[in-house]
Write a protein that binds this ligand. Structure first.
Ligand code: ADP
Length: 629
């Protein structure tokens, strides 16, 4: 061993830990019970790790000691002691685990935590404040630990949470970790046996090792997922979900299934009520644990479900996995890959069933968690088609806030319609009233409103649904002329539209006036009420995607840049355009101002950014002239 110290050594906490402790001690005092849960859960983790590790090692320290958590209270001296016979910690581990925060991006984490502490303390569990929560109730915390490694030494870690901790070698310790919390004056209740029993019942009932208080096991040790479905009560499921997910809500959906082929699987998966990422809690880690014959192989496993299903909580148990499988092997194993595939398919199938059984409930789920399915479409080719069936959107034929599926859309497509149309907008009202919806309204063709920026990427990745192309309504080559629909008026020419030569000359003039800002200028076949519209000649790029990229460039500090690759369609039946055609003969300078303004307006309606300075200056010039008596 490198560090054979016999003296007490004092160490400073990492700066982030100091901040964390400050939040824990000063902001998190309303739900103090959770510190007991956190310490028990750390003990259980340590036991799980040991149970797995001893399968991999030839020799472990204290191999005969039973796997359990023991809790003792001392009402006279106001202490609470929680001991486990788990994996224990070496000196280095004590320093690394209880002196630093391992989170990547700890500063963001701390900022979010401080925010959450102000809002809703019950969400703290999601953060895994973990061990440090002991300082919610403890004025001093001592940790006595001895690693399972045969030649390791025992140490005592001790701190009052203020800025430093001490490490002292300690002889004669058994394997595992014992945490002694010396309670604050206002926290003496935690030295009461009944109080502790009640907390265990509430939060830690499903810990898979006996939790003994005064020698007597207080929890249900049996693994819930191995029991017969018909015998499990609804409350038990809900309680288990809260336990496994560190959650306070009730689950939205539950899938408990067993399979024998191609793999033996016993899985219990939950969809939470709330999407924590949406509440601003940062990226979630996977919430599903992998077991083999009830032995925990990997907590928060990232190997058994795709990343876009990280919102699921629960357990997966497969007897087919070798018990002594290592972490590396988990990543490489063909068996695990198969398991992942089976689970993913099964879960997607389950969602399909839920959607059929109770559309309203499914749509509520989609509103909260649909974003993950969309993520799946864009990154996971293998499940693209399956996920596409589960997507939901608003459309011109759905009521506001009511969602339709792509299959619903296809079912009521108009005669002659071969494509599925969508248009993105920041809100339904914007999508509905913008120039893009006009042609569809006129012909009574349904159009899907995609209201989130990611939707255009999703549609692009999908490419088609049910062999029908997904087409953004801002495409330059949009052609609705083949579609026969009930609402279609005879394709009459706008009464007093311009002569062909005039149109040719006008579009040529506009292109010149706009210089490099525009690619093509065309007389529109689609516009009804709006004077002009921006469309995309590049079949792949939509204006929304362009907007996302514009924003990303600005964020990087790059100067504002106009796309420059857009077409402008003008409505030759619109009075403004007709007057403009005349105006350019009499006041070319002013006409140029007007068409530039029309172009900017069209860009804005396309959701794109314009140079505000130029645009405001110009619009003042136009207003000045308009107000001239
Ligand atoms: P988390 O449990 O979320 O990782 P904690 O702050 O609770 O965060 O604990 C940090 C680390 O300290 C754990 O990951 C674990 O490695 C170690 N640890 C905590 N409690 C114990 C324990 N009772 N036995 C062994 N290791 C522990």
């Amino acid at each position: 061993m490198a560090n054979k110290k016999t003296q007490t050594e004092t160490k400073e906490f990492q700066a982030e830990v100091k901040k964390l402790l400050d939040i824990v001690i000063h902001s998190l005092y309303t739900e103090r019970d959770i510190f007991v849960r956190e310490l028990i859960s750390n003990g259980a983790d340590a036991l799980e790790k040991f149970r797995h590790q001893r399968l991999l090692e030839e020799e472990v320290f204290d191999s005969h000691v039973p796997l359990e958590i023991t809790i003792a209270v001392d009402e006279e001296n106001h202490t609470l002691t929680i001991a486990d016979t788990g994996i224990g910690m070496t000196r280095e581990e004590l320093e690394a685990n209880l002196g630093t925060i391992a989170h990547s991006g700890s500063n963001t984490f701390l900022a979010e935590l401080a925010e959450a502490a102000k809002k809703d303390v019950s969400l703290i569990g999601q953060f895994g404040v973990g061990f440090y929560s002991a300082f919610m109730a403890g004025k001093k915390v001592r940790v006595l630990s001895r690693s399972y490694i045969t030649d390791a030494e025992g140490y005592e870690w001790s701190s009052d949470g203020s800025g430093s901790y001490t490490l002292t070698p300690e002889k004669g310790l058994r394997r595992g970790t014992k945490i002694i919390v010396e309670l604050k004056d206002d926290a003496h209740e935690f030295a009461n046996e009944d109080k502790i029993k009640q907390i265990i019942k509430q939060y830690s009932n499903f810990v898979p090792f006996p939790i003994k208080v005064d020698g007597e096991a207080v929890n249900t040790v049996q693994a819930l997922w191995t029991r017969n479905k018909n015998e499990i009560k609804e409350e038990e499921y809900a309680e288990f979900y809260k336990f496994i997910g560190n959650a306070f809500d009730d689950p939205r959906f539950r899938l408990h299934f067993t399979a024998d082929a191609p793999l033996a699987i016993n899985a219990l998966l939950f969809v939470p009520k709330e999407n924590i990422e949406r509440l601003g809690f940062g990226r979630m880690k996977s919430g599903v644990n992998l077991y083999c014959q009830k032995v925990l192989i990997e907590q928060h496993s990232e190997n058994i479900l795709p990343e876009w299903l990280r919102f699921l909580k629960g357990v997966v148990d497969s007897e087919d996995l070798p018990l002594n499988i290592s972490r590396q092997a988990l990543q490489d194993s063909a068996l695990v890959a198969k398991l992942k595939q089976v689970l993913t398919k099964r879960f997607l199938k389950f969602l399909g069933e839920q959607a059929r059984e109770d559309a309203e409930k499914y749509n509520e789920f989609f509103a909260e968690f649909g974003i993950y399915l969309k993520e799946g479409v864009t990154i996971d080719y293998a499940y693209r088609d399956e996920i596409a069936k589960l997507l939901r959107f608003e459309s011109s034929k759905s009521e506001a806030d009511k969602l339709i599926s792509l299959a619903d859309y296809v079912e009521r497509m108009a005669e002659g319609q071969k494509e599925i149309y969508y248009i993105n907008g920041p809100s339904r009202a914007a999508a509905e009233s913008g120039p893009y919806a006009e042609a569809f309204k006129k012909r009574d063709i349904e159009i899907i409103y995609t209201l989130e920026p990611i939707d255009d990427f999703v549609m692009n990745h999908l490419g088609e649904f049910d062999s029908k192309k997904l087409v953004s309504a801002d495409r330059a080559d949009l052609d609705l002329s083949e579609i026969k629909s009930a609402g279609e008026a005879e394709e009459e020419e706008a009464e007093s539209s311009l002569e062909p030569e005039v149109i040719k000359s006008l579009t040529g003039w506009i292109k010149e006036a706009l210089g490099g800002r525009v690619k093509e200028v065309i007389a529109s076949k689609r516009l009804v009420d709006s004077p002009a519209i921006i469309v995309n000649p590049d079949g792949y790029m939509t204006s929304t995607m362009e907007r996302v990229m514009q924003a990303a460039r600005l964020e990087k500090g790059e100067p504002f840049q106009e796309p420059g690759n857009k077409n402008l369609e003008i409505n030759i039946g619109h009075p403004l355009i007709k007057q403009l055609s005349l105006l350019r003969g009499t006041d070319d300078e002013f006409a140029k101002n007007v068409i530039e303004q029309v172009f900017d307006n069209a860009l804005i309606q396309a959701g794109l950014m314009v140079d505000p300075r130029k645009m405001v200056e110009r619009s003042y010039k136009i207003l000045e002239r308009a107000t001239k008596g």
